[in-house]
Design a protein around this ligand. Structure first.
Ligand code: DGL
Length: 264
């Protein structure tokens, strides 16, 4: 049996990570899970996100999906809930966190920006990440959930709302001296070329997709997991809410809190 890798996000942002993993490991079995009923996660509370991930683990178990590696391809969920859910599963769980360390390493101006959801920019996890890896580099934080909406619309309709994007970026007023911008939300690489154009290619954009793919690859060899060669299997999509205009063939499911709030 092939290794089964499930990639999870609140929406289609995780496909930017999935793409990098598939480029390294083309023949694994893949499924993609979006909890779009609660999109954007960037405005959800930490407890809500923990509860949703626990419900996801129950769903995987109840369906006997035999997931070997669960990639939480969502910075918001990873920074706010990953540690809380690990004790509840034997599945290898891989998270995505903003690429602060490599961004600091390549910044010449020693001033970088983190562009993420408000929940990620405010999380304690992110604060620790910055204080551990930013020595000598200033890190300015910029939060937006509207960029998530723009990326979702672009993915499903192939139409980029350039005016809306320009307005968001103008309102964020990213500091002039910033030379590296961390895309700390997996939706944002979908907008990378448009963001780069807006700044006239003056700012280097960096995300965690490739690093996560390498981590998954090394876990596969560490755990001795295998995959068949030959024909690629179709990707199975799950979603928790219907999506208008989507070309994807999606299985709609309901995630229900398994553990009553307050008991974990
Ligand atoms: N794609 C997710 C992330 O990486 C979050 C998007 C959302 O707010 O739902 O943070």
């Amino acid at each position: 049996m092939s290794v089964h890798i499930m990639v999870f996000d609140s929406g289609i942002g995780g496909t930017t990570v999935l793409e990098q993993i598939q480029a390294l490991i083309p023949n694994a079995d893949y499924s993609y899970f979006m909890d779009n009923a609660l999109l954007p996660y960037g405005s959800q509370s930490q407890q809500t996100i923990i509860d949703r991930l626990l419900a996801l683990l129950c769903f995987i178990e109840s369906r006997a999906l035999q997931v070997d590696i669960l990639v939480i391809a969502c910075n918001t969920a990873s920074t706010s809930a990953l540690e809380a859910i690990r004790p509840y599963t034997n599945i290898e769980v891989v998270g995505v966190v903003p690429a602060i360390k490599p961004a600091c390493a390549i910044s010449k101006s020693k001033h970088i920006g983190l562009l993420a959801t408000p929940s990620t920019t405010k999380s304690r996890y992110t604060a620790n990440l910055i204080s551990t890896h930013s020595q000598g580099t200033r890190v300015s934080l910029y939060g937006s959930t509207t960029l998530v909406e723009i990326a979702e619309a672009l993915f499903h309709t192939q139409i980029l709302n350039e005016a809306k994007l320009a307005k968001v970026l103008s309102d964020l007023a990213i500091a002039e001296e910033i030379d590296v911008l961390v895309l700390g939300c997996t939706h944002f690489p979908l907008l990378a070329s448009a963001i780069s154009n807006y700044y006239k290619q003056r700012i280097i954009l960096i995300d965690s997709g490739k690093a996560i793919a390498k981590r998954v690859e090394s876990l596969i060899s560490l755990r001795g997991l295998t995959f068949t060669t030959g024909k690629k299997k179709p990707l199975h999509y799950y979603a928790t809410a219907p999506i208008c205009h989507s070309q994807l063939s999606i299985e709609l499911i309901t995630l229900t809190d398994q553990i009553p709030r307050g008991n974990h």
